[in-house]
Ligand binder design. Structure first.
Ligand SMILES: [Zn+2]
Length: 205
């Protein structure tokens, strides 16, 4: 029988957010012992986060190698359901719950300055239930690289334009307005006048 627990674990009977409890199978072959998490894809989809992210986080916290091969999520070594459940609850508390309303409705957003540049802006976490922006994930944290590696071509994380990009756009718009000749800037000789650089620098100030 499948056992479901609340996200996060609590004693509320009527709680909208639930996930299956971890189920495991210990596998031992020539390469050593592995703990296979047999229902990881169901847990990950209940948490609304890729299973690769959950597995990388578990591996990092437990200090084991983690991986997904042939749809089988595993950790190297032998672990109990309780150990894995504990670490899973840490992941939920740390990243998936809103600090204001306590609901597991966090959406992750990549911030782009320019689509061609590698993303170095913090990852934003907005709660869909109350709109609150939770603390962002800094680009020098381990979770940042886990999330970036697991997000192939914006499949999972949505993209927001960063404030830096917005100010750059603002600057370019100003620059374009300064460079493109207006009706007033024509001397009347039929040739459109281009403002001098000093005029442009005034606009940028
Ligand atoms: Zn919230």
């Amino acid at each position: 029988m499948k056992v479901f627990v609340n996200i996060p674990k609590n004693n509320e009977i009527y709680w909208a957010y639930k996930r299956p409890q971890v189920t495991i199978k210990i596998q031992s072959n020539g390469n050593g012992v592995k703990t296979v998490l047999t229902n990881m894809s169901e847990i990950a989809s209940a948490l609304n986060i890729p299973d690769q992210v959950v597995m990388k986080y578990l591996g990092m916290k437990i200090g084991a190698c983690s991986g997904i091969k042939k749809n089988q999520s595993f950790l190297t070594g032998r672990y109990t359901v309780e150990m894995i459940e504990d670490v899973l609850e840490q992941l939920i508390a740390e990243f998936l719950l809103c600090s204001r309303c306590g609901i597991a409705e966090i959406n992750f957003y990549k911030q782009l300055v320019r689509p061609s540049l590698p993303v170095r802006e913090p990852i934003l976490r907005q709660c869909l239930a109350c709109g609150h922006y939770n603390s962002s994930i800094s680009h020098d944290s381990k979770m940042f690289s886990i999330l970036m590696k697991c997000d192939n071509n914006h499949q999972w994380m949505k993209v927001k334009v960063s404030p830096k990009a917005r100010s750059l756009k603002y600057m370019f718009d100003n620059l374009r307005d300064a460079i493109l000749p207006s009706e007033d800037s024509c001397c009347g000789d039929g040739v459109k006048c281009i403002p001098s650089l000093s005029d442009i620098s005034i606009v940028l100030n």
